[in-house]
Design a binder for this molecule. Structure first.
Ligand code: AMP
Ligand code: MN
Ligand code: MN
Length: 326
C-alpha cells in the first residue's frame, strides 16, 4: 500500500493484501458476462465470510441471464458514499481498467488489484494477478481462495462454475482442459448448481432473441474462400424484433459454427457505437487483430469498439484479420 510499483503478483502476495484490507469493491467490465461477474461475486462472498466489507460495482445492469447468481442483487452502478479511502478495488476479467466504464471514478493505482486471464493485460494495478493459461478469471480466483483457506460453499461454487461454463462455451472451447473438467467436478461436489447455469445462461432464450438471430443470419456474408463469416445487428433489427443487446450474446458463435468457417465477426451497430465480437477456430489470432484496432481478448475470442461507420468497421476488421493471416 505504501509505494506505487507495478508487479506480477504471487497468490501469496495477493492473499496478504486481501487479508490486510477491510473494505472492497469488486469491479466488473462493461457489457458484463458470467466470468467478470461470477469471479467478482465468488471472491466477494469469500471476503464477506472473512468479515470484510464488500461492495460490487458494475456500470451496466446485471444481464437477465445472470440475475440468478448468488449476491447478484447486491451489484450497483455507483459507489457507496461512505467508502473508506483505503478500500481495495478488485478489477475482474479485464485487460485494461478502462473496460470498467467511464462512470467509475478515477482510482489511485495503490488501491487497484487486477485479477485476470487475458493476453496482453496492461498490468494496471499495484498488484496484478494475471494467469493467461487459466480458462476463466473465476479459476484465477480459485488460486486465491486456496491461498486464503476459504472453503468453497455452494454459492461460491455456483459463481465459479458459471465463470468456467461461460468462458469455455459450456465446455466446448479449446480451453476446456482435463484440469478444467476436474475443477468443474470439484465445484459440483461443493454444490454448484449446474442445472441452473445451463438453464439460465445457455437455454431460456427469448423469442425476440431467436427472431433477431434469424435477421442476423439472413444478412450474413462469407469471404476469403468461405473461411470468414460476418454479419451485423443494428438499431432497426432490434426495434423490429423487440430484442436488445443482451440477446446478441451467443450469436457470433453461430457464425463461427458454419461449415468451413475459421473466423467470424459480428458487428453490433446499435446504441450509438459499433462493438465487434471476433471468434476463431485457432488458425487466426483474433486477439492480435482486435489489438490492432484498440481492442483485446484471447487468441480465439476477442472484441473491440470501432469509431466510424459500419462499412468502415467491416473494412478495418477485414484488413486486421488479413494481417493476422486470414
Ligand atoms: P465478446 O465478443 O464481447 O464476448 O468479447 C470476447 C473477448 O474479447 C472477451 O474476453 C472480452 O473481454 C474481450 N473484449 C471485448 N471487447 C473488448 C474491448 N473493447 N477491449 C478489450 N477487450 C475486449
Ligand atoms: Mn469477460
Ligand atoms: Mn474471461
Amino acid at each position: 500500500m505504501s509505494q506505487t510499483t507495478v508487479t506480477a503478483a504471487s497468490a501469496a502476495e495477493v492473499a496478504a493484501e486481501l487479508r490486510a484490507r477491510r473494505a472492497f469493491v469488486m469491479v466488473s467490465h462493461v457489457k458484463p458476462d458470467g466470468d467478470t461477474l461470477g469471479a467478482g461475486l465468488a471472491l466477494g462472498i469469500a471476503l464477506k465470510r472473512l468479515g470484510k466489507r464488500v461492495h460490487y460495482f458494475q456500470q451496466d445492469p446485471v444481464p437477465r441471464n445472470l440475475r440468478f447468481l448468488p449476491d447478484a442483487e447486491c451489484v450497483a452502478g455507483e459507489l457507496p458514499a461512505d467508502l473508506p479511502d483505503d478500500a481495495l478495488f478488485v478489477f475482474c476479467d479485464m485487460s485494461d481498467a478502462a473496460r470498467a466504464g467511464e462512470r467509475l471514478p478515477a482510482i489511485t493505482r495503490d488501491n487497484m488489484l487486477d485479477i485476470d486471464h487475458h493476453l496482453g493485460n496492461a498490468m494496471f494495478g499495484r498488484l496484478n494477478f494475471v494467469l493467461p493459461s487459466e480458462c476463466s478469471t473465476g479459476t484465477v480466483v480459485m488460486h486465491l481462495m486456496r491461498e486464503l483457506g476459504v472453503e468453497i460453499d455452494a454459492r461460491i461454487a455456483t459463481c465459479l462454475l458459471t465463470t468456467i461454463m461461460t468462458d469455455t462455451g459450456g465446455f466446448m472451447h479449446s480451453n476446456t482442459t482435463p484440469a478444467v473438467l476436474e475443477l468443474s467436478a470439484e465445484l459440483m461436489r461443493c454444490g454448484a448448481d449446474k442445472e441452473a447455469i445451463t438453464e439460465q445462461i445457455f437455454l431460456n432464450k427469448r423469442v425476440a432473441a431467436t427472431r433477431l438471430l434469424a435477421k442476423i443470419v439472413d444478412v450474413m456474408q462469407f469471404a476469403h474462400d468461405n473461411r470468414y463469416c460476418y454479419s451485423y445487428v443494428d438499431d432497426t433489427m432490434l426495434a423490429q424484433t423487440g430484442a436488445d443487446g443482451e440477446d446478441t450474446e451467443d450469436t457470433v458463435n453461430v457464425l463461427r459454427g458454419q461449415e468451413g468457417v475459421e473466423v467470424a465477426a459480428l458487428f453490433k451497430a446499435y446504441d450509438g457505437e459499433i462493438r465487434v465480437s471476433l471468434r476463431s477456430n485457432g488458425s487466426v489470432n483474433v486477439q492480435a487483430a482486435a489489438h490492432r484496432l484498440g481492442g483485446g481478448g484471447h487468441f480465439r475470442a476477442a472484441g473491440l469498439t470501432f469509431a466510424g461507420s459500419l462499412s468502415d468497421a467491416i473494412a478495418a476488421v477485414d484488413a486486421a484479420l488479413v494481417a493476422q493471416g486470414l
